[in-house]
Structures are given as structure tokens and as C-alpha cells.
Design a protein around this ligand. Sequence first.
Ligand SMILES: [Zn+2]
Length: 241
Amino acid sequence: MTYPIDPGGLAAVLAHPDDESFACAGALAGAHAGGRTTRLLVATRGEAGTPDGSPDPSIGGIREAELIGAARAIGLDEVSILDGYADGGLADASFSRLVDEIAAWLADRRPQAVITFGPHGVTGHPDHIIVGNATRWAVEKLADAGIAPNALYVIVPTFNPGAPVYDLSPEEQAATHLIDITAVADRKLAGLEAHASQSDTTEPIAALKAAIASGEAIHEGYHRVRPLVPAPHPKFDTDLL
Ligand SMILES: [Zn+2]
């Protein structure tokens, strides 16, 4: 299968619309600004993003549209959503099917580097944990086929402005790569603002605005888990590629 855009670049594999803006929009925006191909695969349409968390298919459509808006703001060349996975329901889905579908998506596009969730999924959301695990298995499958990406990273939210404190795994507490996103922080802000149906963006938006106004450097943190880099000494960089 061929695509209208180049293979390679940086790809993120996440669970819901808005995960990209909370977690890794800065790294994606920076890669795009640097002329790299950027892509996002999400497993669900986020239809449980309702005030009481009960699924609503019409919300899934709204959130898909918000995701497209966020993708434009961040600078994503391609956004894909898997079919047939319920928001909040990845634990009930076939794990091997999820692994195979992520592996096929990556094999078609051959990103140089991949970002996903670490073992605690940043927030402990089961969908985050499962999609992170499935992506790591998918990359191992690609390695068996001789087409692994050069690097796989998990998200370390500790350095994000306003990041809430969660019970994180060592991988998710200790960054090996701190990416300076100062130059593209406005793109990350616009990505968060695009998810207007989600009230939990309010605090991160305020924190990011304050960080931008402060004039100080803004970072996102990542732990490279393949090839594994021992924490905790982060490498300061502007790019994960
Ligand atoms: Zn999520």
C-alpha cells in the first residue's frame, strides 16, 4: 500500500483523541517544523469523553472532528483511528488483534521513531496502559521482521507544565530525553484548545499559557525504551529522531 506522504518520521500511538495534545504535541510539532513526517494513530474515538463517562456515539464524532483540528494546529501529516475499539473498552478487546493492527499500521509507514504510553499509562487509564503494551509488542514484531523503528519512547509527563502527579512507573518518572518545545509551545496550546468538549484541558491550558508567558524554556520528557537507555540522565535535544 502506498501513501501520499513519505515514510519515516515520528509517529505516536495513543488511546484517545486529546492524548496527543496532553502528552506529546510538542515533540510532534517540533518534528513537523523541522520538515519531518509526523503521524498519529489512536485506538478509539473517545466516545466516553462525556460528563459522566457514559459512552455517546455522537460525542465520538465531535471528538474525531476536534482531533482533526488539533492535528492541524500541531502539524500532523496523518491521523488514523482504529475501527472497532470502544473508548474505555480496550481491556475487553482482543489484545493480539490490537497488536497486529498497530504493527500493520507501523509496517506500512515505517516511522523512524515511535512514542507511546509507558507501563502506568501516565494516568493509570486502562486504555493507555493497554495501547502502550500493544505498541511495545507491535514493535517487537516489527523487529522480528527486520523493520523495527530506530527508537521507541514512552511519555514522561513529569516535565510538562501543569502535569498532574500520578503514580508512575520508573520509566515514566525518569526522562532520558528532554525535548525543548519552547518554539512550538503555541502549537501544543492550540492542540489542547481544539479539544473544546473536554473540560480537563482547562488546567493544562492555563499552566501552558503561564509557562509561555514566563519566557522560560518548556520541555517534554521521554524515556527511550528501545534501544533501552538507562535513566536518569536526560539528553537535552530538540528532536526525538
Ligand atoms: Zn486518554
